[in-house]
Design a protein around this ligand. Structure first.
Ligand SMILES: Nc1nc2c(ncn2[C@@H]2O[C@H](COP(=O)(O)OP(=O)(O)OP(=O)(O)O)[C@@H](O)[C@H]2O)c(=O)[nH]1
Length: 217
């Protein structure tokens, strides 16, 4: 994460200073990666949120500026390929990520079972203080659900990470996931300046939408 100067100051009686040409239109940047098995919906999740994605080899990356409490946070979001054959390439990118969105598909048991392996990999390759969020995607497909929301919650609690169910199709909780990350990064950047405490898990719990149709499992 890198900080850049924000608004310029003005003196009494003077016209406000113009920002220098080409000054960045954000105050903070953070790199976010989407991880999870092939087919869980990472690309669709990003497309729900994107400003303009571009293709880059095995990755799609996009920038999105999110304003949180008056601060502009530029999220540089990387969508990774879930297939095993791309994994070793992906590892190299973990190191400089500040946040990881780890997705499984609520209609696919093995994608949920593999979350533990993903977390082991994350702990091996990512920064120690990386922000991790567990997301149960495809929550709109209630008729094919095989993973209960409570199972996602229990697993997330075990690893101490925030959790919510999402739908890249309807957009449910997609924006919230990125907003929560942006808030956490902003909080971390301002922590030394005594910024008020922010708990990402409490924030997600208070803001997340639940699927309208309850699980029958
Ligand atoms: N109903 C529903 N379908 C979804 C959702 N998200 C993704 N899909 C579908 O799931 C399939 C896989 O989605 P992708 O976004 O390509 O999955 P991915 O995780 O990027 O897959 P890889 O690139 O192989 O790692 C596509 O057919 C999507 O239309 C969702 O939230 N709801």
């Amino acid at each position: 994460m890198t900080g850049t100067p924000g608004a310029s100051s003005t003196r009494d009686g003077e016209a406000p200073e113009r920002p220098p040409p080409c000054s960045p239109s954000y105050d903070l940047t953070g790199k976010v990666m989407l991880l999870g098995d092939s087919g869980v919906g990472k690309t669709c999740f990003l497309i729900q949120f994107k400003d303009g994605a571009f293709l880059s080899g095995t990755f799609i990356a996009t920038n999105k500026v999110v304003t949180v409490d008056g601060m502009r946070v530029k999220l540089q979001i990387w969508d990774t390929a879930g297939q095993e054959r791309f994994r070793s390439v992906t590892h190299a990118y973990y190191r400089d990520a500040q946040a990881l969105l780890l997705l499984y598909d609520i209609t696919n048991k093995s994608s949920f079972d593999n979350i533990r392996a993903w977390l082991t990999e994350i702990h091996e390759y990512a920064q120690q203080d990386v922000v991790i969020m567990l997301l149960g995607n495809k929550a709109d497909v209630s008729s094919e659900r095989v993973i209960r929301s409570e199972d996602g919650e229990t697993l997330a609690r075990e690893y101490g990470v925030p959790f919510m169910e999402t739908s890249a199709k309807t957009g449910m909780n997609v924006e919230l996931a990125f907003l929560a990350i942006a808030k956490e990064l902003k909080y971390r950047a301002g922590r030394q300046a005594g910024e008020a405490s922010f708990q990402i898990r409490d924030y997600v719990e208070s803001q997340k939408k639940r699927p309208s149709c309850c699980s029958f499992l």
